[in-house]
Write a protein that binds this ligand. Structure first.
Ligand SMILES: [Zn+2]
Ligand SMILES: [Zn+2]
Length: 413
């Protein structure tokens, strides 16, 4: 017997309606902010991610799904931002359009050790706005993330924001961290010892207890920010206040990817335990240029759909309660039921029948367990009268009626 790959999931029909609801809400919400859907390949040149996320990023060093084909090294995409930027440049959207807003929904891949709910194939809903450096856009993106979560029936989430500053400020931040971690480096975990050389910002979100203790004592503040970056950040928070978006400024918040500049944010939920992030994002003002495009600042975010589903409060209604279940009794009725099924479906009514030749009792039990609202019984009497018996499964009420009347009655539901 074959088994699914560890770290992947089958989303069975019973769970799919929850996924569809989240996707539908996203598809309805993004256009309100003028974000347009973009659909991109799941595989890209591996170099795209090395270049954009940074050679030192954990994702690149340890978690990329690589495929070697002849002389090409391909990668299953670990995230979508790099692909969106690649496409924006390749299709000359910077020249045609300049400013552009995209959203996407799809699978991402990381070759992680699948532990604590970490998946190797997971799903993102995200968006990118490319071509503007205005702080108002950062605020729009953060408030959109908040709005989406509320529409997903998520509450109690926490938005933390920070500014890494421009590349010069980031260098300064690195220096400040090097200095203030100084004597404590030997107490850091093995991973952080490595990060100290290559990706020191990442030490700030190490989950190791002794690292957390050291990091908690660091006084980072916004000393690394230049005047322009302080001004930018202030405008972002001012607009968020105006829009009534609740957030916490956290000077310990960094993102593990190289491309982030200025505003970064992370949204977490206490219902998720230690790995509590539902989504994250921020500005990446140099990525378009770095990947060979023109100088276009940008900002975006992504949610993990699996994470959102864990904390969404909504009870999802299955589609079965809209289903009409036809129970034919006997061979002739079975033939007849095919015509009725066809008529109902043509009227846009979801309909199915018993294909197992069950008894009336058995078929009724089946309809009940499926949670259908109406059963339609066709027996000898009904065949003779050219009628059907419509049974409301909730009230138990039943009535005999002609086929035209049936379609009319069910169309109202
Ligand atoms: Zn700056
Ligand atoms: Zn550590």
């Amino acid at each position: 017997m074959f088994k699914r790959i560890t770290g992947t999931k089958d989303i069975l029909p019973g769970e799919v309606s929850a996924w569809q609801r989240i996707e539908e809400i996203a598809r309805n919400t993004f256009p309100l902010y003028n974000y347009k859907e973009i659909r991109l390949p799941l595989i890209e040149e591996a170099a795209l991610f090395n270049r954009s996320l940074g050679e030192e990023a954990e994702v690149v060093k340890k978690q990329m799904f690589l495929i070697q084909r002849d002389h090409d090294t391909l990668a299953l995409r670990p995230e979508a931002t790099a692909s969106v930027v690649r496409s924006y440049i390749e299709n000359s959207l910077d020249k045609v359009q300049g400013f552009a807003k995209f959203y996407y929904i799809g699978a991402m891949f990381r070759a992680e050790r699948p532990q604590r709910g970490r998946l190797r194939q997971f799903h993102h809903i995200g968006c990118e706005a490319i071509g503007s450096a205005q702080p108002q856009l950062d605020a729009e993106i953060i408030s959109l993330a908040d709005k989406l979560l509320k529409n997903f029936s998520v509450s109690g989430h926490r938005i933390r924001i920070n500014s890494l500053g421009c590349p010069d400020d980031k260098k300064k931040l690195t220096q400040i961290l090097k200095k203030s971690l100084g004597d404590n480096t030997s107490k850091l975990c093995q991973d952080c010892q490595e990060r100290f050389q290559g990706n020191i910002l990442r030490i700030l979100d190490c989950k190791n207890e002794s690292c957390k203790e050291i990091v908690a004592k660091l006084d980072i503040g916004q000393k690394h920010l230049c005047g322009a970056c302080i001004g930018h950040f202030r405008q972002v928070t001012t607009v968020l206040d105006m829009l009534g978006v609740e957030y916490i400024v956290d000077d310990h918040l960094v993102r593990g990817l190289d491309y982030y500049t200025r505003t970064v944010f992370e949204i977490s939920h206490p219902g998720l335990g230690a790995q509590d992030a539902i989504g994250a994002g921020g500005r990446y003002d140099n990525l378009v240029k770095q990947l060979g495009g023109s100088d276009q600042p940008a900002v975006g975010f992504a949610f993990g759909v699996e994470r959102v589903l864990l904390v969404s409060a909504d009870k999802v209604q299955g589609v079965s309660d809209k289903l009409v279940y036809i129970i034919p009794l006997g061979e002739e009725a079975r033939q007849e039921s095919m015509i009725l099924l066809n008529e109902l479906r043509q009227q846009g009514i979801c309909a199915d029948t018993d294909y197992l030749g069950k008894s009336l009792k058995g078929a009724m039990r089946q309809a009940d367990s499926m949670g259908v609202k109406y059963a339609v019984i066709i027996g000898d009497n009904e065949l003779k009268n050219k009628t059907v018996m419509l049974k409301n499964m909730k009230s138990g009420e039943q009535k005999e009626l002609g086929r035209t009347a049936l379609v009319k009655e069910l169309s109202g539901n």
